[in-house]
Design a protein around this ligand. Structure first.
Ligand SMILES: Nc1ncnc2c1ncn2[C@@H]1O[C@H](COP(=O)(O)OP(=O)(O)O)[C@@H](O)[C@H]1O
Ligand SMILES: [Mg+2]
Length: 380
């Protein structure tokens, strides 16, 4: 389980460290940085696929994602002040097992290089315990050099890292630590869900070739296959229960015809089940969330952004129950704007982190110094 998330220099998140729990609700008024936090976490997950540099380039490069305000709160109001510190976007987390720190900065590339939007990985660390410090590091990458700690102490690896290469992914066989390989696998399995399409052309409405599918894809196109996979693994009861809570008397069934799967909903008062193509936007969205949140073999972390959007009020309490059920199987982070959902989840034992915009970027509201997890960013 992740125990802390730390972000520095990413958009409005100038300097945020927050605790994470089995079920964490991230909330706050409009413009306080909830989506930025979701994106920062997603960026960290991209690092597990070796795609963090490309993801920043797609967001417009470091210039776009870097905190656009002054370096210190004292500099507020002074537009155009020159930077004195190195440009850095830093992301990290701690967990019960291992933690990871990623520091991205401006490339040292040839000015004629065409890859002007690519940031450079300046530092990467893998550590045990609640935060990185010299005694807890097991891998330390500084620019091109990587050191790993073995039984005999630190060993410098004879494999220079390229500016976009990651010590989690790009070490050759035999030099990578089994711990960091396991960490990379874990990060790469985090799942993110954000605004499923439910319009008439949504891929979730179309029949699909059914193959065993562990986790719902981002666009929900494999909804029927994931539902059938979960049922096949003997875990259909929790799906049925979530559907019953949201739509009393209704039941999902998967119709199979020559390997093509269709999701259908039997509802009281109707003589035939309705096909996914015929369901209302809200109903389809709720079923997508069920499939995303209750897979038979849950991922290590599920992050959902504003799951309440376009759901009818009457579905907020069932959504809360669904998220709570998911958190009994895996760690869940819910980013939400809805006061009702936040209340329902708090009653079910979720911890709430409220963000606020305090003039100088995003802050955690009412965070006392002792409530802020200890964190240490490495210098370059
Ligand atoms: N590079 C940046 N530097 C500083 N602030 C930024 C940057 N990019 C976006 N922001 C600001 O971050 C704020 C929070 O955005 P967002 O996370 O979308 O809010 P929420 O999801 O809570 O409504 C916005 O007001 C936006 O202006
Ligand atoms: Mg938002």
């Amino acid at each position: 389980m992740l125990t802390a998330l730390a972000i520095s220099g990413y958009r409005s998140l100038v300097d945020v460290v927050l605790p994470l729990h089995p079920l964490t609700v991230i909330t706050g008024a409009n413009g306080t940085g909830k989506s930025n936090l979701y994106r920062a976490l997603r960026l960290l997950a991209e690092a597990g696929h070796g795609r963090a540099v490309a993801a920043i380039a797609r967001e417009g490069g470091l210039d776009s994602v870097l905190w656009a305000g002054p370096e210190t709160p004292q500099g507020l109001g002074a537009q155009g002040t020159k930077r004195t510190r190195p440009v850095a976007v830093r992301l990290g987390f701690a967990s019960d097992e291992l933690g990871y720190v990623l520091d991205l900065g401006l490339p040292q590339a040839d000015p004629r290089s065409p890859f002007t939007r690519d940031p450079e990985i300046k530092r990467e660390q893998v550590f045990t315990g609640p935060f990185a410090r010299p005694g807890t590091l097991i891998l330390d990458r500084q620019r091109t050099g990587v050191r790993v700690r073995g039984d005999q102490g630190w060993v410098s690896l004879n494999q220079p890292m390229g500016p976009g290469q990651s010590a989690l992914l790009d070490l050759t066989d035999g030099t990578a630590l089994p711990e960091s390989v396991a960490l990379q696998h874990r990060i790469a399995s985090w799942r993110f869900y954000d605004h499923f399409r439910t319009d008439a052309g949504s891929p979730a409405r179309a029949p699909q070739i059914g193959t065993r599918t562990r986790w719902l894809s981002d666009d929900g196109s494999d909804l029927a296959a994931v539902w059938a996979t979960t049922q096949d693994a003997g875990r259909g009861a929790s799906l049925d229960q979530a559907v019953e809570q949201a739509f009393p008397g209704s039941r999902v069934q998967i119709a199979v015809n020559e390997g093509v799967f269709r999701l259908q909903l039997r509802q009281p008062g109707l003589l035939r089940p309705l096909d996914a193509a015929e369901l209302s936007d809200g109903t389809l969205r709720f079923l997508l969330l069920c499939a995303a949140l209750l897979p038979a073999d849950p991922p290590p972390l599920l992050v959902v952004n504003e799951p309440e959007s376009s759901l009818h009020e009457s579905l907020i309490a069932p959504l809360g129950a669904l998220l709570t059920a998911a958190s009994a199987q895996t760690q869940v982070i819910v980013v939400t704007h809805s006061a009702v959902l936040r209340r329902v989840l708090a009653q079910a034992g979720a911890e709430t982190v409220e963000l606020e915009s305090a003039g100088y970027g995003t802050r955690v509201r009412d965070q006392l110094p002792l409530e802020r997890p200890s964190w240490h960013w490495p210098s370059r």
